[in-house]
Design a protein around this ligand. Structure first.
Ligand code: PHE
Length: 378
C-alpha cells in the first residue's frame, strides 16, 4: 500500500465516522481545504518533472475525487438524518386553541357612515368629500350667509390665526385670494358648493364627514359628524326630499313605521327651509324611533335641517337657477348612531376608551350591505 492510499483510507474512515456536519466539515478542511493534505499533494505536482507529474497526477486526482464524493454523500446522509429526527421530535397539535390576537373594532360613527353610503348608493347617490380646513367663502359666503350672520362669530367658529406669526405662509385673506379666512368647517354644506363648482348640474350626492363648532356640553362636542345630501335636477321638489329622507330612515332604522315631520325653519342657504323631526317613544329609558310623534307616549326629535337650495347658492356655485333646482339636507351622524345603537352620552364617542369601543364597536367583518342588512348589532 502506498503512503497516499493509507492517508486516503484514514480520511475516508474519519469521514464515515463524522457524527455531525461540523465534524464532517473539519475533515473536509483537513483534506481538501487550502492547506489540506490533498491540496498540498496537488500543489507538489508543480515541482515535479513532466514525466514524474504524468505518473503521479492521476492517483492524486483520483484520491481527491473519491474524498470529495465521500464528503458529499456523508453530508447528504447527515442532513437527512437531522430532518428525520426533527420530524420525529416535533409534532404539531392542530387541536390546540390558537393564541388570542387582540382585534380592533370599527367605531360606530364609521360603521354608520358605511351604512349611509350603502343605503344612499342604492338610491343613486355618490359620496363626495371636501376639506375640513375650509375657507370663509365656501363655508359661509357662498351659502348665502353674509358678514353679519351670527354663526360667523368667533364664539361659534374655530378660525385659524390670520397670518403665521413668523411671517411664514399665511392663512390670511391676502394669501388665499377671494376665499377669505381659514376655519374648521362648521358644517358639511361647503361640499355642496365645491361639488357644484366642480361638476355642475345635475347632482345627486351625500357628503359625510367631521365638522367643528365651539361648543361643549353633554350633547355637544367641539367636533362632531354630519352627512350632507344634495340633489339638483330640473324639477326636484320638497316631495322628493321627504320621500328620500323617509326611505333612507326606514332602511337605516330597519322599521317601516318611521314618521317624519318637516317643520318650517330658516337656513340662509335653503328656501323654503324645514327642520326634520322623527317620531319616537321612550321604552325602558331608551329612545326608540318609530311611530307618530303626537301619539300617546311619543314625541318628536330633531335629526337635521333641510330645504330647497336657495337660488342664490346655485348662483354662487355657478349653476343656473333658471334651469336647475333641488333640495339639500344635513343630518347629525352621531345622533342617528346613538338612536340606532342605544348609546346615551355623546362625549363617550370621542373619549377613545377601549372598553367603550369593545362594547359598541363593530367587527370588521360586519360590513353593512343592503342584502345582508345594514343593521348589524355589536
Ligand atoms: N348646514 C346646516 C347645519 O349645519 C344643516 C342643513 C344642511 C340645513 C342642508 C339645510 C340644508 O345646521
Amino acid at each position: 500500500m502506498t503512503d497516499l492510499d493509507t492517508r486516503k483510507d484514514e480520511a475516508l474512515s474519519a469521514i464515515a465516522a463524522a457524527s455531525d456536519l461540523a465534524q464532517l466539515d473539519e475533515q473536509r478542511v483537513a483534506a481538501l481545504g487550502k492547506k489540506g493534505w490533498v491540496s498540498l499533494e496537488l500543489k507538489s505536482l508543480g515541482t515535479m518533472s513532466p514525466d514524474e507529474r504524468q505518473q503521479a497526477a492521476p492517483a492524486i486526482q483520483a484520491v481527491r475525487a473519491e474524498i470529495a464524493d465521500a464528503i458529499a454523500a456523508k453530508k447528504a446522509s447527515l442532513e437527512a438524518a437531522a430532518l428525520e429526527s426533527q420530524l420525529a421530535s416535533e409534532t404539531i397539535d392542530l387541536t390546540l386553541p390558537a393564541p388570542e390576537t387582540p382585534r380592533g373594532s370599527i367605531h360606530p360613527v364609521s360603521q354608520v357612515m358605511d351604512e349611509l353610503a350603502e343605503i344612499f348608493a342604492d338610491l343613486g347617490f355618490a359620496v363626495a368629500t371636501g376639506p375640513e380646513i375650509e375657507d370663509d367663502w365656501h363655508n359661509f359666503t357662498a351659502l348665502n350667509m353674509d358678514e353679519s350672520h351670527p354663526a360667523r362669530a368667533m364664539h361659534d367658529t374655530f378660525y385659524f390665526p390670520d397670518a403665521a406669526p413668523d411671517g411664514g405662509p399665511a392663512s390670511s385673506s391676502e394669501a388665499v385670494g377671494q376665499t377669505g379666512r381659514m376655519l374648521l368647517r362648521t358644517h358639511t354644506s361647503p361640499v355642496q358648493i365645491r361639488s357644484m363648482m366642480q361638476q355642475g348640474a345635475p347632482v345627486r350626492l351625500i357628503a359625510p364627514g367631521r365638522v367643528y363648532r365651539s361648543d361643549s356640553d353633554a350633547t355637544h362636542t367641539p367636533m362632531f359628524h354630519q352627512v350632507e345630501g344634495l340633489v339638483i335636477d330640473r324639477d326636484i321638489h320638497l316631495g322628493h326630499l321627504k320621500w328620500t329622507l323617509e326611505t333612507f330612515f326606514r332602511a337605516f332604522f330597519e322599521r317601516e313605521d318611521i314618521v317624519l315631520r318637516l317643520r318650517p325653519s330658516y337656513f340662509p342657504f335653503t328656501e323654503p327651509s324645514v327642520e326634520v323631526d322623527v317620531g319616537y317613544s321612550n321604552e325602558g329609558g331608551r329612545r326608540v324611533v318609530g311611530g307618530h310623534g303626537d301619539e300617546e307616549g311619543h314625541d318628536w326629535m330633531e335629526l337635521g335641517g333641510s330645504g330647497m337650495v336657495n337660488p342664490r347658492v346655485l348662483e354662487f356655485a355657478g349653476v343656473d337657477p333658471g334651469e336647475w333646482q333641488g333640495f339639500a339636507f344635513g343630518l347629525g351622524i352621531d345622533r342617528i348612531a346613538m338612536l340606532k345603537y342605544g348609546m346615551n352620552d355623546l362625549r363617550a364617542f370621542f373619549d377613545g376608551d377601549p372598553r367603550w369601543l369593545r362594547h359598541y364597536g363593530f367587527s370588521p367583518f360586519d360590513q353593512p350591505t343592503l342584502s345582508a342588512g345594514v343593521g348589524v348589532r355589536p
